[in-house]
Structure formats: structure tokens, C-alpha cells
Design a protein around this ligand. Structure first.
Ligand code: G1P
Length: 290
């Protein structure tokens, strides 16, 4: 049973400065809801009850967001603002959110390594805190990965096909297509050049991993950018255990990217009950000018 999730949210968000100078990129809103809330909700919808956020400098707002604000609650109660009260009390009683501080930025693999004691000897989910995955099926993407994990009892991560010129931004895999969106991974490389990339299937921000990944993370050498890369640790672990990929049926919204941020807000705005009609009318007017 996968009951724990780790959400790395320690990155500086340099692609989104100056907004991220004093505010976590994971708090950037999609319409009115911070990105991190979508990520946490994805885990909760998949049956996860224990969530650990790996945070760092400038990320205190994340801790505050998941702790109670009694003063605000009292005020909303007094003013009988029931709807707003529900909006700020979004965590179910059976779900716990914890935090660990990463001392210095040293890559995604290093951030995940901090979860070792909290996770212990069980499989766990990893969800990147700046990326929302909108599923086209009735299950969240991380639930699909948990199902694949349960089927093979081996690690699995989300895959997405990207345009060849974009592969150098991602972990890229070489794998055998087993059908039903499942791949058996043969090799993987972090942020290769277009020439070195084994395919255009890339690692897409969600993983379900066995606890042995922590041993691999302890011994793996620094990789791309001189940092500890999760991709390299997975590659190391693959020598001992098979690893699977699952091609997502949905859309990945990378909120650390400026254009993606704008597109995602329009995308979700067009689905928003109160805003959709007015936003559509505005956009229609706007495009006439181009
Ligand atoms: C990380 C991983 C990379 C993965 C990407 C998107 O890179 O290292 O393998 O493809 O997330 O999930 P980052 O975006 O943190 O540079």
C-alpha cells in the first residue's frame, strides 16, 4: 500500500523571478488556488494520507498555507462566511502534512534523500510541487502510477512525449513499449542534448518508488549541474530491479514556466463556473486585435 507522498518544493524558481524572490513558485495561483494545493489534492485523491514537503529558504509560506489560521477562521465564522471557511479548511482530518528543510540546494535527488527517515521501509509517491497534472481519466495520474507499482511491485514514473527540441530540459528514457501506456525502462539520462537523447519520452514529474532508492541516492555521484539527480539514482537502481514508465493520459502544467503559467490560468479560467463566460468574451475581443 502506498500511503506516503514526498513533494519536493525546495527549488528557487529562477525561471520565474522576480515573483519567486520572496514567494515559493509552488504558491503561484491557478485562478484562486495555489499550485501546491492541486498537487496535494492529487495525492489525497489517490488515497495518500501522509504528505511530506521538502522545503528550503524562502518557502515558509508553504508551511503557513498548511497550518491553521485561527484568527481568520474566527472572523469568517463571525461573519457567517461558510463558503470561505470551507475554502481554507481543505485538508481532510485523516491527512497529515509534514515539512523537512533541505539545508542547501543540491538537486532533486538530494531533496528526495531528505525523506528517508520519514518514509522508512515502504514504497512512496513523489510529486513535484510546481507541476499540476490534469488527468483525462477518472483517476489522478499518481493513482495510475500506484496501480502500476502494485501490478509489478517495481518502481514506476510518469512519461510524456515532448517535441524533440525540448528533450534537453528533462530526464529522457529508452524503453520497451509493453502496451496500455506502460514501458519497461532500459536506460535513462538526465537532460541530454538532442543528439544524445535516446527518445523523446521524458520523465514527467511523478514517481512511485521503492525504498531502495534511498540507498542509490546515498551512493550516486553528482550529475548534471554538479547536483544529485534522481534520474541518476534511478539508473543505478535499475541495475538491481526493473523500472517502469507510464505514459500519462492528461496535461502537464509546469507552473515554474512563465508561458505555462499564463496558459494554465487561461485553461482553468475557461473551466471556472463564475469566470468562464466573461473570460471567453474577453479573449474573443482580444484576438480580434491581432
Ligand atoms: C526534474 C527531473 C527531470 C524531469 C523533470 C520534469 O527536472 O530532474 O528528470 O524530467 O523534473 O519532471 P527539473 O525540472 O527539476 O530541472
Amino acid at each position: 500500500m502506498v500511503k506516503k507522498a514526498v513533494i519536493p518544493a525546495a527549488g528557487f524558481g529562477t525561471r520565474f523571478l522576480p515573483a519567486t524572490k520572496s514567494q515559493p513558485k509552488e504558491m503561484l495561483p491557478i485562478v484562486d488556488t495555489p499550485t501546491i494545493q492541486y498537487v496535494v489534492q492529487e495525492a489525497i485523491d489517490a488515497g495518500i494520507t501522509d504528505i511530506l514537503l521538502i522545503i528550503g529558504r524562502g518557502k515558509r509560506a508553504l508551511e503557513e498555507y498548511f497550518s491553521k489560521n485561527y484568527e481568520l477562521e474566527d472572523q469568517l465564522r463571525e461573519k457567517q462566511k461558510q463558503k470561505e471557511l470551507e475554502l481554507i479548511n481543505f485538508l481532510p482530518d485523516n491527512v497529515a502534512v509534514h515539512f523537512i528543510w533541505q539545508h542547501e540546494q543540491n538537486g532533486l535527488g538530494d531533496a528526495v534523500k531528505y525523506a528517508r527517515h520519514h518514509v522508512g521501509d515502504e514504497p512512496f509517491a513523489v510529486l513535484l510541487g510546481d507541476t499540476v497534472l490534469e488527468s483525462f481519466t477518472d483517476k489522478p495520474v499518481i493513482r495510475h502510477l500506484i496501480d502500476v507499482y502494485n501490478r509489478y511491485e517495481e518502481g514506476v514514473f510518469a512519461l510524456e512525449e515532448v517535441a524533440p527540441e525540448l528533450v534537453s530540459r528533462y530526464g529522457v528514457i529508452d524503453g520497451e513499449d509493453l502496451g496500455e501506456g506502460i514501458f519497461r525502462i532500459q536506460d535513462m539520462v538526465e537532460k541530454p542534448s538532442l543528439e544524445e537523447a535516446p527518445s523523446n519520452l521524458v520523465v514527467a514529474s511523478r514517481y512511485v518508488l521503492p525504498p531502495e532508492i534511498f540507498t542509490a541516492l546515498e551512493v550516486v555521484e553528482p550529475g548534471k549541474g554538479g547536483e544529485i539527480q534522481l534520474t541518476d539514482a534511478l539508473r543505478l537502481l535499475m541495475k538491481d530491479q526493473p523500472m517502469y514508465g507510464y505514459r500519462i493520459d492528461g496535461i502537464r502544467h509546469d507552473m515554474g514556466d512563465k508561458l505555462e503559467f499564463l496558459k494554465t490560468n487561461i485553461h482553468f479560467g475557461l473551466k471556472h463556473d463564475d469566470l468562464a463566460d466573461r473570460l471567453k468574451a474577453y479573449l474573443k475581443d482580444l484576438v480580434k486585435e491581432f
